[in-house]
Design a protein around this ligand. Structure first.
Ligand SMILES: Cc1cc2nc3c(=O)[nH]c(=O)nc-3n(C[C@H](O)[C@H](O)[C@H](O)COP(=O)(O)O)c2cc1C
Length: 180
C-alpha cells in the first residue's frame, strides 16, 4: 500500500471480528515497527502481546479506570498489545542525567513514533488497531508482570476490523502550519 494512503486511511478500530490473531501476525508488525527512529537509536520500546483471555479480561475489568469504552474494546479484541518503554534510555546521558530540558519527554516520544509504525503496519496487513491512553499503569504493570525498570506507554487493541469508521474531522493545514 502507498505510504500516504496508509497514513490517511488508518482509523482507530474499536470493534473486531472473532477471527484470531496469530503470534506470527504480531511478530510481522513488530518487525516493521522496530525500524522507527529512536533517540540515539536507543531502541527502548518493548511490546507485550496478550492473547490469554483471562489476562486480557483482568486488564479490561481492573485496569482501565472504569472507562467502559476501553473495557469493551479490550474484551472484544483478540489481542492486546502493551507498549512498554525501558526507563532512563531515551533522553538520558550515560551518567543517568537528562540530555535536555524536556527531561523524560523523549521516552514517550519514541513510544509514540513506534506505536504509529506498528498501527500503520497493521493497517497495511488488513488488521485494525486503536491506541488507548486511559489505563491504570500500576495495575497493567502488575497484571502482565512487566519487568522492573520498564513503564507502560500505551495499550493497543489489535484484531480484524468489524467496522469501517469515517475519519474524525481534521483541522486544516492553515490552522496547523506557521511559516516564518
Ligand atoms: C495517545 C492516544 C491515546 C488514545 N486513547 C484512547 C482511548 O483510551 N480510548 C479510545 O477509544 N481511543 C483512544 N485514542 C484514539 C483517538 O481517539 C483517535 O486516534 C482519534 O479520535 C482520531 O481518530 P482516528 O485514529 O480514527 O484517526 C487515543 C489515541 C492516542 C494517539
Amino acid at each position: 500500500m502507498d505510504a500516504l494512503k496508509c497514513i490517511k486511511e488508518r482509523r482507530s478500530i474499536r470493534k473486531f471480528t472473532d477471527e484470531k490473531i496469530a503470534q506470527a501476525d504480531v511478530e510481522n508488525l513488530v518487525e516493521v515497527a522496530r525500524f522507527a527512529p529512536t533517540w540515539k537509536n536507543s531502541q527502548s520500546i518493548r511490546f507485550v502481546a496478550v492473547f490469554d483471555e483471562a489476562v486480557k479480561s483482568k486488564i479490561a475489568e481492573d485496569a482501565v479506570m472504569g472507562f467502559e469504552g476501553n473495557k469493551n474494546i479490550i474484551n472484544g479484541a483478540p489481542a492486546l498489545i502493551i507498549i512498554a518503554t525501558v526507563d532512563k534510555r531515551a533522553g538520558y546521558e550515560r551518567d543517568g542525567s537528562f540530555s535536555t530540558s524536556k527531561e523524560t519527554h523523549w521516552q514517550s516520544f519514541d513510544a509514540g513514533i513506534e506505536t504509529e509504525a506498528f498501527c500503520l503496519a497493521a493497517h497495511e496487513a488488513g488488521l485494525g488497531t486503536v491506541i488507548m491512553g486511559i489505563y491504570d499503569e500500576d495495575k497493567v504493570r502488575e497484571i502482565v508482570k512487566l519487568p522492573e525498570g520498564q513503564s507502560v506507554s500505551a495499550l493497543v487493541a489489535l484484531g480484524h476490523p468489524a467496522e469501517e469508521p469515517n475519519a474524525p474531522k481534521r483541522k486544516e493545514v492553515a490552522d496547523l502550519l506557521t511559516v516564518i
